[in-house]
Each structure stands twice: as structure tokens, then as C-alpha cells.
Design a protein around this ligand. Structure first.
Ligand SMILES: C[S@@+](CC[C@H](N)C(=O)[O-])C[C@H]1O[C@@H](n2cnc3c(N)ncnc32)[C@H](O)[C@@H]1O
Length: 249
């Protein structure tokens, strides 16, 4: 017995698009829709990691776990600490590697977030740095804390305008050690700019535009699609690997 092929039709803005559900195009259509629904319903705001709120989608959490376990960094620089759940996630993987710290940078760390992280069992792997990520004084503190580290991973998840992300990339890319990554989060802002809850500026200003100009200017970095293979991701094109020394540019 054969079953009829499943088709999916999306009607939106007076246009219709139909795909075979079980084709790559159908899969990508559904993934894009689920990303939009996730953003509309703020599903990424509803998770915790070891008790602390984290603002990430489940698949993205798994991808960061894979990356950190593989790289075993000495320092993870995270711009955009928020409640601290992502720093706790990264610290929890570092703990299993037996080494490494997370530098959590945020322009404003609320007292209850600071207290929750500082009293967490993983607090010994986290240093909080309060200040704007693109302030030279903040960058200097980060740079000093990375001195002597063999492997540094940089994660950018703070202000998601094009200008800010590009400024962060300019400020921190040189800290990324060869073979490690600058992870630019929330490029999906551009992909969900059409949802009812979107902010008007998302269409024009987003991390994807910063990634594009940065990669054009920095052939020593290349996008690695491996860590966006869950498809429903806030971080499309966001895993920028610094090529190893001697690797073709
Ligand atoms: C999306 S949240 C970070 C989410 C967090 N990484 C997580 O996964 O749970 C963005 C954070 O960036 C911070 N932020 C905004 N502008 C900033 C700046 N100029 N420098 C540093 N942090 C900034 C905000 O205060 C906010 O806490």
C-alpha cells in the first residue's frame, strides 16, 4: 500500500507556497515556521539551566554543549550575561572538562541575578564583568582575563543591532584562538522580522548583516554550518571559526 505524498501549503501576505512535507524544501519551510512561532510566543525565554533562566532554544543549547565539549576552552567570553543561565550552561560543561572559566559581560547585572549566580555551585567557574561590551575599559578587563589562555571562545549575545555586533566582532575577534570560534547569536532576528511581535527595526538592523561584513573583511574566519544543523536556531550563520594556522584562507 502506498500513501499519498504529504503536501504543506502556506498562505501568507496574499501568496501561497506549497511543498512536499518530506522534501528538504518542506522541512526548511516547517523549520522556518517553527522559528517564527517560537519567537512570537517567546519560547526561548521559558527555559532554565541548572536552576537559572537561560534565553536560548533547546537545539541551540545542545549545539553549544557540543562546541564547548569539543574545544575544551580555557576561557569563554560571553557578551550578554542577562540572568546568567547561559554562563551556567557553559560553566557546567567546563566543569566536566575540569578546567576553564566564563567571563560574563553585561551592561547591567541585576542584583538578584548576580546573587543567584554567585551562590550557584558553579560560581567558581564564572567571573562577572559589568560594563558595555564595546567600552574600551570593559574590553581591557576581558583581554587581561584571557592572558595566557590556550583556547578562547567568544560568544556575542548582547545588543543585536548590526552596528553593535560589528563593533563587538571588531573588539573581540582577535581573542579567538585559531581553531576556536566567535559565536554570533540571534541572527534569527532578521528571519522573524515579519511576525506580529517583531520590532520594526529588526528588518534593517540585525546580527546577520554584521556577520556578512565581518566575514568579507576577515578571511581568517569562516562560517561553520555544523552547529546550526538543528535548523530551528536563533543563530543562523552564527558560528564563525577562526582558521587554524597554515589553513587556506
Ligand atoms: C539576549 S540577553 C542575553 C541572554 C543570555 N546570553 C542567555 O543566553 O541567557 C541580552 C543581554 O545583553 C545585555 N546588553 C545589552 N547591551 C549591552 C552592551 N552594550 N554591553 C553588554 N551587554 C549588553 C542586556 O543587558 C541583556 O542582559
Amino acid at each position: 500500500m502506498t500513501t499519498a505524498p504529504a503536501r504543506i501549503t502556506l498562505s501568507s501576505g496574499g501568496q501561497k507556497r506549497t511543498e512536499d512535507l518530506f522534501s528538504p524544501a518542506g522541512r526548511d519551510l516547517v523549520a522556518g515556521l517553527w522559528l517564527e512561532v517560537s519567537a512570537q510566543f517567546r519560547l526561548m525565554y521559558d527555559l532554565t539551566w541548572l536552576g537559572i533562566p537561560i534565553i536560548q532554544l533547546p537545539g541551540d543549547i545542545v549545539m553549544m554543549q557540543e562546541l564547548i565539549w569539543r574545544l575544551r576552552p580555557d576561557v569563554i567570553v560571553e557578551c550578554g550575561f542577562a540572568h546568567g543561565g547561559s554562563a551556567i550552561l557553559y560553566a557546567s560543561i567546563l566543569e566536566l572538562t575540569g578546567k576553564g572559566i566564563v567571563l560574563g559581560v553585561d551592561v547591567e547585572v541585576r542584583q538578584y541575578n548576580r546573587l543567584a549566580v554567585e551562590s550557584h555551585p558553579l560560581a567558581h567557574r564564572i567571573r562577572i564583568i559589568e560594563g558595555s561590551s564595546i567600552d574600551p575599559a570593559t574590553a581591557e578587563r576581558v583581554r587581561a582575563a584571557c592572558a595566557g589562555a590556550r583556547t578562547v571562545l567568544v560568544v556575542l549575545d548582547s545588543n543585536h543591532t548590526t552596528a553593535h555586533v560589528r563593533a563587538e566582532l571588531d573588539t573581540y575577534h582577535s581573542l579567538v584562538t585559531p581553531g576556536s570560534y566567535a559565536v554570533v547569536m540571534d541572527g534569527a532576528q532578521a528571519l522573524v522580522a515579519g511576525i506580529p511581535a517583531a520590532k520594526p527595526e529588526w528588518k534593517e538592523s540585525h546580527p546577520l548583516a554584521a556577520i556578512e561584513t565581518f566575514l568579507a573583511a576577515h578571511p581568517e574566519f569562516a562560517e561553520d554550518p555544523r552547529y546550526t544543523r538543528t535548523l530551528v536556531t536563533c543563530n543562523p550563520r552564527g558560528f564563525l571559526r577562526r582558521k587554524a594556522i597554515g589553513e587556506d584562507r
